[in-house]
Write a protein that binds this ligand. Structure first.
Ligand code: SF4
Ligand code: SF4
Length: 403
């Protein structure tokens, strides 16, 4: 029995059956015209939050500003680079949903205000209530940024959910990130789904249409760089730049963690260093597409330069040039209620054992003990690098100058 039959048995939805079909079909050539029109304006302002997050960091005991919430741990794909893929088989539909909306509402109510929610999985859009989840955090926690990465498979559900979120949360800066791992053949091979490239193009174009109505929708492409796709990342960047004009940005990042396919490896430091120098030139293209002042666009390019340099330093064994703020400004909530200071460290407790009070888990003895392991720790996880470098004048200056 293959993985998709198992998922189909559980979810019994047309789109899951489609995945199964796709795995058994011969790959069709992708010869569509990928052109589209860019109209949406980005209103995301990564530098404007610096003062608030630093003030919260200095004066509040509960400093959390970003929450990574894996709303499901299920996914019908088995990407070669995924470090969760071997834990995603489930035997019942309940498991797709992780926690209920009532449970999520209680957790959200315990959190107070914070800025950014990263909704992940598994594949988040397997849940039909993503918009309701977003609304809970928007209403109760006054979040102003949602970032949602997807494998792009459920086109119609993605479009309707994104529309709902934008209607129900009018002040949100919403970023949908489409995962693309290479040009068609490479992407489909890495994803293990033969028409997944076609599907992501369909989703990208459909979501691109929404940008005509919603200025606060941003469409990103993310790419996990590894030994299989390393040599075509620049071609892929050109493809995204030239053939997907609805896209607002493309962020290739080196693979991390323990991949599902043990033959895959991250780029070496030298490979990444060489590639990232070229990628920075392309980042300037994306930033120039923004409807912003020259100064702000330059700051963004410098910030990306800084991120890539930090990643190179970590890969080279030098460690982070600032302390990671996992367990302070950023944390992780798993689909089953487990809380972690970051994705790579063990759980510090489960909200269900603390009456759904996130702060009680966050300030538990286990959490405090885990926090002691953070100073001196380093990894290339961009969410944690980005959240951590916002804190403190020195890393703020390095970020702004790109040094
Ligand atoms: S990388 Fe994403 S799409 Fe791929 S198996 Fe993992 S969760 Fe699913
Ligand atoms: S550096 Fe990485 S592994 Fe270490 S605490 Fe921070 S996010 Fe976790």
């Amino acid at each position: 029995m293959n993985q998709f039959i198992e998922i189909e048995d559980i979810v019994k939805e047309k789109d899951i059956r489609e995945v199964k079909e796709m795995t058994s079909l011969e790959q069709r050539s992708v010869d569509e015209d990928y052109s589209g029109k860019l109209k949406g304006r980005n209103i995301s302002l990564p530098f404007s939050s610096l003062v608030n997050v630093n003030r919260k960091y200095l004066f509040n005991n509960f400093k959390l500003d970003e929450l990574i919430f894996a709303i499901t741990d299920v996914c019908p794909f088995r990407c070669k680079h995924c470090f969760y893929a071997d834990t995603m088989d489930v035997k019942n539909e309940e498991a797709v949903y992780g926690m209920s909306l009532d449970e999520i509402t209680k957790i959200s109510a315990s959190l107070g205000h914070f800025s950014k929610l990263l909704i992940t999985g598994g594949e988040p859009f397997l849940r039909k209530d993503v918009a309701e989840i977003a609304k809970i955090f928007y209403t109760q926690n006054k979040i102003r940024h949602i970032h949602l990465p997807t494998n792009s498979f459920h086109t119609s559900r993605i479009v309707s959910t994104v529309t709902n979120i934008l209607e129900e949360c009018p002040k949100i800066n919403f970023t949908l990130s489409i995962s693309i791992d290479g040009l068609p053949e490479t992407h489909n091979d890495i994803r293990g789904v033969k028409r997944s490239f076609e599907k992501l193009i369909e989703t990208t174009r459909a979501v691109g249409e929404l940008k005509k109505q919603y200025d606060n929708l941003r469409l990103n492409v993310i790419t996990c760089v590894n030994s299989q796709n390393l040599n075509e990342i620049l071609d892929l960047s050109e493809f995204v730049k030239n053939e997907l004009p609805v896209v607002d940005g493309h962020g290739p990042i080196p693979m991390r963690g323990d991949p599902y396919d043990k033959h895959l490896r991250p780029p070496t430091t030298e490979e990444w260093d060489e590639l990232s120098k070229e990628l920075i030139k392309i980042q300037a293209h994306w930033n120039n597409k923004r409807n912003e002042s020259y100064a702000k666009r330059t700051l963004r390019t410098n910030s990306e330069k800084h991120l890539y340099k930090v990643i190179t330093k970590v890969m080279d064994g030098e460690g982070l040039p600032f302390q990671c703020k996992a367990g302070e400004v950023i944390g992780v909530l798993e689909a089953n209620g487990d809380v972690r200071v970051c994705e790579l460290k063990d759980t510090i407790g489960n909200v269900k054992d603390y009456d759904y009070d996130f702060k009680r888990v966050w300030f538990s003895d286990a959490a405090n003990k885990m926090r002691e392991t953070v100073p001196g720790c380093s990894c290339t996880h961009p969410c944690f690098i980005n959240a951590s470098r916002k804190i403190g004048l020195r890393s703020n200056i390095s970020t702004v100058l790109g040094t």
